[in-house]
Design a protein around this ligand. Sequence first.
Ligand code: C2E
Ligand code: MG
Ligand code: MG
Length: 678
Amino acid sequence: MRFKDRVGHTRVNALATRRGFWIAMASLAAFTFVAATEFRRYADSILTVQDEIRRHQTTGSQAALNEIARLNGKVLVAMQTEAISDADYAGIQSALDTLYVRADHFSRRLKSRAPDAVQLRFSQSDELTTEGRATVAAIDALVALMDEALFSADPAEAFRSVELVGAIETARKTSFRYLERTTRMKQELLILQTDKVLFLSRATLVFLGIVTFAGAVSLHMLRLEVLAREEREKAERRADRLAYFDSLTGLANRVQFQDKVDEFLEPDAEGALILIDLDGFKEINDRHGHAAGDAVLKQMARAIRAEAEAADGIAARLGGDEFAVYMPSDDTVFLNEFCLALIARCAQPLDFGGTRILSGVSIGLATTTQVSKTRNRNYDQMMRVADFALYASKAAGRGRFTIYDADLERQMDERRTLLEDLSKALENDELEVFLQPKVLMETGQVLGFEALVRWRRNGTLLNPAQFITAAEDSNRIREIDAYVLDHAIELVADWNRRHRTAFHVSVNLSGRHFVSRNSLPFVADALTRHGFAPELLTLEITETVQLSSWDIAQETVAELKSLGCRISIDDFGTGYSSLIYLRTISANELKIDKSLIDEIEESDEARFILDAVLDLAESLKLDVVVEGIEREEQRAFLHHLGCKVGRGYLFGRPLAAAEALADATYSKATYKLLAAGQ
Ligand code: C2E
Ligand code: MG
Ligand code: MG
């Protein structure tokens, strides 16, 4: 999956939150309550309707009974009197009519639905039907007898008949029994229905309870699942961060950076890839510890991100102390400004637990326009090219930026072939040792020589300036120094032996030897192999390399001194931190650089500095050697100041060893000749 699809999507499911869960539960409970109340109301209304029916039906049967009672009353009155009044007659007739209608009604009802409706449920339903039929039959019989009595010749007499009285009694009894039974049956039905309703409402409540519980359980499970999914997504996002971001600084990492640069590098888009490397990061780690190193990286990351984002660029940490920015512009004026601002910002010191840590950055840029001229402008090529430019910045002395162009690449190619050739030069014995005399300024007497390397490359003689820096960067310098030291000692030792001279020799050692322990076993080895007196050997240390560990440098110097050699600080006043050198390396000699001598006649400042350096050397009991004396005036002046030993074209140029040794021995040194001529 591509980065942009994955990062920044924070979908939050409401159910996943506690609040969402409780809201769901509360709604379910509210629903259950409303449903139960509604059901209760429904059940109540059924009960009311049932009650109504019961009341009506009972009233109906009751009415029949009342009629029979009324009839009974009238008949009893008729039985006791001789004659029936007209009113009684009419009353009996109307009661009979009503009773007849009732009986008819009963009979129909019995025949139709009432018995069948209850038959299924009640054991007494058959009995009830029989009872009902008996009632109807009794009333029918009564109505028939009454009819007969009413229309007989002597109704009063007929009413008094035992038969009629018995019929009335039978009708009354059966009616009453039927009423009783109906009422009981209705009550039973009612209880049954009420039970049923209650059962149903209870069942519903239980059901709703179960639903609620199941709902709660499933909601809970859902919530757990959502939480688990969120956790999973979080873990995925964390994995994404690891895959796409640098964990220390939070900047994009190499993978993400490449993705984005690929997107940016459309066929005609303009842009610049900027590589940023911390200067001396290893030294910071060594000197102040890794926590300090991390703090520096974080500070740099903040600075780089701020500068990049202010200019619509993307910042990334590619690893170690290497950062990168992609800028969607290849305008060199803008890029110049950007780099200058970045360098200035990164040079601000960091306060780390009370220690001030100074660092800085070197920058290499590849612009799409320049890259397109020589190659495909894809990520790899842009990177490669920016790396060239970065390398050039570092080589030029750090704290700088370089914009790649074809010229730079040509130089880099030359440098590469130079290094390849250099390794072959060592194998093929193409290096030569030249010697330059070191003389007593007063007399011009040659005390010894400085060994200076030369490289005969394809027939041309190359000076160190043309290959030493490359050799230092590639660490080839170790082999070169060992070679020069060995040959110089061999040559001078051999000469001294054969010509009974006591020339001493100075050999240059690169600062590279002083960054790790036990890097100089070849010194002792050469001394013993060639039987050379150690006190005749001076080792010159230049400040071209910033020493990372003063402890190691100090130890190494002590080892060399314990062999009996002399130590000289070369090019004093031009390097990184001369006074620290002076304090740390307990040298025997100080070599004052040519640049100071060049100005000695015109510049008061140069003279003051020289004076101060001479004082310093005297108090530290250091011998002083002055370099680069080209003219007699300089010699006279320096001699007048108290400088005793010097070196320079005035006394002799560096020459092939045999020639230089012969010149010195047979008093052909240029200066001597000049002096003799004076
Ligand atoms: P250095 O050790 O300070 O050597 C002095 C340089 O100044 C030599 O240049 C020498 O030729 C030059 N020089 C001496 N007197 C005069 C003068 O009067 N006028 C002018 N213009 N130049 C003068 P060279 O031989 O080109 O060496 C340059 C530097 O290369 C040396 O500076 C030294 O730092 C380095 N180097 C030379 N040989 C070796 C070596 O074998 N190993 C290492 N590590 N560095 C070396
Ligand atoms: Mg030197
Ligand atoms: Mg020098």
